[in-house]
Design a protein around this ligand. Structure first.
Ligand code: FES
Ligand code: FES
Length: 272
């Protein structure tokens, strides 16, 4: 199941800029290693189930594993945060540091980057210590003490945003009036997709919709209303509202969705 840590660094970092950064800074490494790697598959509903007894690195409190899931852009760091009164807690965050993409470990309290010592909350991915300034993505994680299964939901969305149904997200004008107006913008995370999407009514009245995951190192981009663009807080790439790159280091466009409209709603297609 588990691969070696050397295998992790080779497999996850590869030979790109992140790998170069990691190998260029060995003297900075604290006494913590990236969590060992396991390859798993997700269910068709986007749930990863881990039987804790099969993962000795995860079993003790303070334990952690890195989980690679086919089709997911970034591996996951699953950590065993506590055990109190017979109740165990686990949580899951993205396992790649938002600074320059080193793989992350867990010291029993915080998620830690071995490269330059950034620290993150294991429960919500918030930055606790720089140089990283952007938090990690967190994933809904449940533990069943009866079956000893940790379930990670990769497709969880926001309660107040429409779900993706057969790859379609329908945004009624009654709920999202901004989409009637030129210059209008709406964002949210559809259940069933699990990633933030943006929908825009351009100044010329046309519609566009794009995914939020930056194509450089998978940070989440932000909408800047004043600049009318999408900005990646990790390394400052920018994109048009149609997803085209306007500033590197990203070189590939954001994932785009096709958009249509009826008299009552905007419909975003291909959200899967
Ligand atoms: S890569 Fe620099 S702190 Fe993580
Ligand atoms: S992740 Fe590097 S610019 Fe977006």
């Amino acid at each position: 199941m588990s691969t070696s840590r050397r295998g992790f660094l080779k497999g996850v970092l590869g030979t790109g800029a992140a790998g170069a950064a990691a190998t260029a800074l060995p003297g900075c490494a604290p006494d913590i290693n990236p969590a060992p790697v396991t390859d798993v598959t997700a269910s068709s509903a986007g749930t990863v189930d881990l039987l804790v007894s099969r993962y000795p690195d995860l079993e003790p409190v303070g334990g952690a594993i890195t989980v690679r899931v086919p089709g997911e852009a970034v591996p996951l760091l699953v950590v065993h945060t506590k055990s109190e009164g017979g109740r165990d807690d686990f949580s899951t965050v993205s396992s790649i540091c938002t600074h320059v993409a080193c793989p992350l470990g867990f010291d029993g309290k915080d998620v830690v980057c071995p490269c330059h010592l950034s620290r993150f909350s294991p429960t919500d991915g918030a930055v606790l210590q720089r140089p990283a300034t952007v938090g990690l993505r967190s994933f809904k994680t449940d533990y069943n003490p009866g079956t000893r299964v940790v379930s990670i939901n990769l497709r969880a969305g926001e309660d107040n945003f429409p779900a993706a149904v057969n790859g379609q997200v329908t945004l009624p004008f009654s709920q999202f009036p901004d989409l009637r107006n030129n210059g209008g913008a709406v964002t949210g995370v559809p259940t069933g997709y699990g990633l933030r999407i943006f929908i825009f009514r351009q100044d010329d009245g046309t519609l566009s919709a794009v995914d939020s995951i930056c194509t450089h190192q998978q940070c989440e981009v932000e909408f800047r209303a004043q600049e009318k663009d999408l900005f990646c807080p990790c390394h400052a790439s920018t994109f048009t509202l149609q997803g085209e790159v306007t500033r590197e280091p990203a070189t590939l466009p954001l994932k785009r969705f096709t958009v249509s409209e009826t008299p009552d709603a905007v419909i975003v297609n291909g959200v899967q």
